[in-house]
Design a protein around this ligand. Structure first.
Ligand code: NAD
Length: 253
């Protein structure tokens, strides 16, 4: 029970890694706020967790909407009395285009969710952490946040920004008891990874080559294990770093 009496918010908790992280955190003793656009998905998961003796509350959240972020943080405080852990995991990836083919509307949408959503959730959670004198933030970045060959221009830039934001937040709040780290998953079997099958339609031979080098596809639980470590006191001296979990894909570059 590594997260006994902790309260965690997990965004993107209706499926994939977010779901696995929320389930794992619950098993380890945390009360979890399940935030996702997909209300049915998080309601079902909340019922499952509560029926199994855990504590969960679902909240329909569009992470690019300010009011929804307020509601998400308030739900943790009002339902469970506090907030200890924020997992910024919600994200989208359906852009494989090189920069000359970037569409402005898609750029804005991907940045609103993948990057601005992370910034806004941290901005709202940090005052709670400052009042407590402690807090943990985990941002789901991507191997595409470390390399230029894993995704399209927009997604790559959005996830590089998440890693930069993670480092800056870690440094700025280290003396206030707040830790902020990122995870850079490689290819993981989720709804998003299905979209990688569309890579060929964008005609980028180099991107296709990169995808062909994937040594292994991970499970959402592989990423939940990393999140659990970062959330736990075992990671008390780990701050501002990005843990790559990709079976060695990034090591090829
Ligand atoms: P997924 O599609 O299974 O889960 C993403 C969840 O985020 C979904 O439940 C979706 O409803 C939710 N979501 C999307 N937009 C949202 C919004 N605006 N507000 C609230 N919720 C929203 O995919 P996943 O692979 O589990 O993705 C989780 C994270 O992992 C993402 O940030 C993604 O970029 C990142 N990632 C995925 C892979 C991979 O191979 N699957 C690799 C690297 C990084």
């Amino acid at each position: 029970m590594k997260l006994q009496n902790k309260v965690a918010i997990v965004t993107g908790a209706a499926s994939g890694m977010g779901k696995a992280i929320a389930e794992r955190f619950s098993v380890e003793g945390a009360a979890v706020v399940l935030a996702d656009l997909n209300a049915e998905g998080v309601n079902t998961l909340a019922d499952e967790i509560n029926n199994n003796g855990g504590k969960a509350k679902a909240v329909e959240v569009n992470i690019s909407n300010l009011d929804d972020i307020d509601q998400m943080i308030d739900t943790a405080v009002n339902e469970f009395g506090t907030l200890d852990i924020l997992v910024n995991n919600a994200g989208i990836m359906d852009s494989f285009e090189p920069v000359a083919e970037v569409d402005d509307d898609r750029w804005d949408l991907i940045f609103d969710i993948n990057t601005k959503g992370v910034m806004r959730a941290m901005r709202k959670a940090i005052p709670v952490f400052l009042d407590k004198g402690q807090g943990v933030i985990i941002n789901t970045a991507s191997s595409g946040g470390l390399n230029g060959a894993h995704a399209g221009a927009t997604y790559t830039a959005s996830k590089h920004a998440v890693i930069g934001l993670t480092k800056n937040t870690a440094f700025m709040y280290a003396q206030k008891g707040i830790r902020c780290n990122a995870i850079a998953p490689g290819a993981v079997a989720t709804n998003i990874s299905n979209s990688m099958k569309n890579v060929s339609q964008y005609g980028s031979e180099r991107l296709k080559l990169s995808q062909s080098l994937i040594p292994n596809v991970g499970s959402p639980e592989d990423i939940a294990n990393v999140a659990l470590f970062l959330a736990s006191d075992e990671a008390s001296f780990v701050n501002g770093t990005t843990i790559t979990a990709d079976a060695g894909w990034t090591s090829a570059f």
